[in-house]
Design a protein around this ligand. Sequence first.
Ligand code: ADP
Ligand code: MG
Length: 708
Amino acid sequence: MRKTHNPAMSEADPLPAPPRPTAPQSAPARALERLGLTTPEALALHLPLRYEDETRLTPVARARPGVAVVVEGQIEDARVESRPRRQFLVTLRDAAGDRLILRFVHFYPSHQKTLAPGQRVRAHGEVRPGFFGHEMIHPTFKVVDADAPLADSLTPVYPSSAQLPQAYLRKAVASGLQRADLAEILPPNTVPAGLPPLRQALAFLHHPPADARLAPLEDRSHPAWQRLKFEELLAQQLSQMQARRARAQLAAPELPSREGALREQLLAALPFALTDAQQRVCAEIAADLATGRPMHRLLQGDVGAGKTVVAALSAAVAMDAGWQCALMAPTEILAEQHFAKLVQWLEPLGVKVAWLTGSRKGKARKQALDALASGGAALAVGTHAVIQDDVQFARLGLAIVDEQHRFGVEQRLRLRRKLQAEGRATLEPHLLMMSATPIPRTLAMTYYADLEVSTLDQLPPGRTPIVTKVFADTRRTEVIERIRDEVARGRQVYWVCPLIEESDGEDLSGKSMAELRNVTETHALLSEALPGVQVGLLHGRLPPVEKATVMAGFSAGVLGVLVATTVIEVGVDVPNASLMVIEHADRFGLAQLHQLRGRVGRGSVASVCVLLYSGPLSETGKQRLRAMVETTDGFEIARRDLEIRGPGDFMGARQSGDALLRFADVTQDAALLAQARHVAPLLLDRHPQAAAAQVARWLGQRAEFLKA
Ligand code: ADP
Ligand code: MG
């Protein structure tokens, strides 16, 4: 019964349409293409979501409600009713004489033609008690002869689209599976014991035998699934190891740390001593910079851990050796803040800093470009404007990317190309990436296997932990009272409203209009409720100059309250701020809430974060808010975030959708991941051709993105 007939899947003719001579492509063929199922290999890897058991018949009397079964019987009666609504009712009588109604609320003349009295029919669906007795609603069905054979394997149900009937897709996949090149690439001793060959694994997953247990297929623990996951994880490890080895072949400037030089002067001038963790990561970075091979290091540290000063000290090492350095931040506000800080730290020591952002144009931009091209400026600070093609460095030795997870894949690829271009002119620059979103270990091993990772696992001393409270929106007045007290004590307050996208020049959508209203209305409301307090307003739609002025006003303490969208999410550093109110907190992601909260608790004063929510909370909303109350540890937050969201979503920013793992789930498949990590170097060393073929088969174009 492989050729089922599902009217819900298609409009006019429920059977797969034969190719029409005039139109080169049928609608289902186009739908296949839209799903990317254009090669036999792609089809073979299009795996079932679930299975239907059409290998045996169930007597009507034995069908249990809620369990899909196949029943067979003779049609006794078929008619269109108009009450209680228009519908097509077919009465089926099975061998035992029990009756079942097949009910169609959507139907076509073809149904009436096929399901005529006297026909023998097999119907697949769930039986339930209904208006007319036992019934099946919109079953899939097929007219059969009396002794037609049953399916000998479970029937796969594939992810599909409205234009693509399952029957058509099943045929296409079965044919793809036949034609696909699934030759074993991996030498047998590199595959974990007990896993079937690839072709066998796929054949099994597409057509499990009638007696296969469904549970290990559904939870993907079956050896056939394990084989697929292993293949995929291995390809990904190989690709990252290849990238790492290729980089090790490149030459980079040797940047030894010298005594008594800029780095030490900067250290001496700082108003604080480095924490042990900062000293350790500085040493790790300095060791990389001295090797003459390009560094590719991720510095992760919770919000407020003090990454900026590590960046400045690393830049000082590069500049000491006579090379330039570029520091890039994801937003203008953050870039501006870095610029101010670095100028304050480094200009007294004789370093010239160039500032580049998208909004800095004309003469100012030209001057900055000239200074970098001539080598007059040793340091460039800015947004992604720093890596535009027309920005030429005399001798770029080190690029630093702050909050790197906030840059899109496109910008990361552009950065890589920029570094390669600069590298062709001189030597490949070193790269230091910084992120306040700690990546759980298994994810780091999967997605960042081509990176060295340094971790700042210690906050600077004297911080008082932030207390987080969750309030219903109805308690706003209380919260405003609290703001009044805080400001009266000379402290400052953030009030965050949901986001207005910081994008250039495009029209405001209805949604962002509403959000704009939200943030401006809140600003008006707080200004009125807090007479005598200066309330600032900051959102992505303000012109850059205005943003800068508002931010400067808040930094200087002139503004007591700052009403802002998430433009302040990353990096903003005003240690005197001690209260953060987040409105509609349930709409934010966990990582984002943690980042926002990190704007307070940056000084020695005890800080509070208030999470306001309105209306009933969703289950995940509740989990997120609970996590925020229970912990302020970024690693714990990341772990819970991964748990709530799953790894695909978690890594979304880096992987841009289709570069994600399709089959493996690194939270569940840690053991396979460990094996893939073990096998990858052996394969690269002993079977380089197999390694290359494996990467090409599984990643193809996506390998590029994984390196971004
Ligand atoms: P993040 O890691 O979130 O980027 P920052 O670099 O902005 O953190 O540092 C947070 C605050 O801590 C800043 O005000 C910074 O000057 C301060 N800071 C950094 N390192 C230390 C330290 N070792 N002792 C005291 N304060 C420090
Ligand atoms: Mg920072």
